[in-house]
Design a binder for this molecule. Structure first.
Ligand SMILES: [Zn+2]
Length: 361
């Protein structure tokens, strides 16, 4: 086990304990938001926050992980590494780390929360309805979400046929764009705002409402080439904002758009919700997405895990869970090292953008 490997935790309780310990050692203030859901052994679940710097900051770098539960196993090590280096914001600034925005998913080795909700489809804004699905999702539902325990079937060839028929951009958009009509299905956005996002929103508004400038980095995994990160931003290709973000963060910056690169557009996403909670602030939101394997294999792992959860006997140690986890946080030392390196680079660039910039248009 190398130095890099040692920052990776085997389960949620140890990841949380290490995060809290590293926060204390770095002199950070700790906040803990308790949720009513429980871990597989009945453990408490909390959204833990480590806060370094001013209590009422003007500028903030907010680093979030585990919006998609299991993906927190790749985000938390970046945070542990950063806390170990004790980042030093300016007098009117703060660096804030949020460990495990979906602690249920991390504890149970799921992407979704206790109501099968994909939190990055749940952050709808006032006036948006928790209903609807892409028209073609119903056509894919029997293949994506069979009501049976995991087992061998003809998923891959059937999926390849659909791919040939519809094309990748359309298929991606239909399947992963988000749906609100199939509660046991993949990429389900929920029937209401979930407890975690609701409490997180209250916390954000209570603690960050005076902030003028905020740069948020949200760590994800499972999309894109192995060991490489894509930086997804809320800006159109060719816009001034897009050019500015590309100047700051480099060529990996990509818009949320099914036709340009690996991404797709989503409803109910955290990136468009966060700025709406802080209308006085200038918010730049970067989703740092680490690639792990080919999309079909990731989708298959998600499908099998979902079948196990709804129709089988799930435990975090089940082999389906282990393969699922491997699809979002590979054990390869090269992959893990790349995540820590790029995670540190982006955090440092984000702090530069939040703290060093003068007034911007
Ligand atoms: Zn994700």
């Amino acid at each position: 086990m190398g130095v890099n490997d040692s920052l990776y935790s085997p389960d949620y309780p140890s990841s949380r304990a290490r995060f809290r310990e590293a926060a204390r050692a770095a002199g950070a203030r700790l906040h803990s938001i308790p949720l009513s859901a429980r871990g597989p052994q009945g453990e408490d679940l909390t959204i833990d926050v480590a806060w370094l710097g001013a209590e009422r900051p003007r500028a903030v770098t907010l680093h979030c992980s585990g919006t998609h539960g299991v993906e927190g196993f790749c985000g938390a090590p970046i945070q542990l590494q950063a806390l170990g280096r004790a980042p030093n914001p300016p007098a009117d600034g703060a660096v804030i780390f949020a460990h495990g925005l979906n602690p249920y998913g991390m504890a149970h080795v799921r992407r979704v929360n206790e109501e099968n909700v994909d939190l990055n489809r749940n952050f709808l804004l006032p006036g948006e309805a928790y209903q609807g699905a892409p028209e073609a999702y119903a056509e894919f539902d029997p293949l994506l979400n069979p009501p049976t325990p995991p087992g061998l079937d003809l998923f891959a060839p059937k999926m390849l046929l659909l791919l040939a028929k519809h094309g990748m951009p359309m298929l991606k958009q239909v399947i992963v764009g988000g749906q609100y009509d199939f509660p046991k299905g993949l990429f389900y956005g929920g029937a209401r705002l979930q407890e975690g996002p609701r409490l997180w929103g209250e916390w954000v508004r209570a603690h960050l409402s005076g902030v003028e400038q905020l740069v948020c980095v949200d760590i994800h995994s499972g999309l894109g080439p192995f060991g490489e990160d894509t930086l997804l931003v809320e800006a159109e290709l060719g816009s001034a904002l897009f050019d500015r973000l590309r100047d700051t963060f480099g060529a990996r910056v990509t818009p949320w758009n099914p036709n340009d690169g690996v991404a797709y557009s989503i409803r109910g996403g955290y990136p468009s919700w966060l700025p709406a909670q802080l209308p006085e602030a200038r918010v730049d939101f970067i989703t740092q997405e680490f690639g792990t394997t080919i999309p079909l294999r990731t989708l298959y792992a998600m499908r099998e895990e979902n079948r196990l959860h709804h129709w089988g006997e799930p435990t975090p140690a089940h082999e389906v869970k282990q393969r699922f986890r491997e699809s979002f946080c590979p054990s390869s030392p090269a992959w893990r090292g790349a995540v820590l390196r790029r995670g540190a680079e982006l955090l440092s660039q984000a702090m530069g953008l939040a703290f060093n910039d003068g007034p911007r248009p």
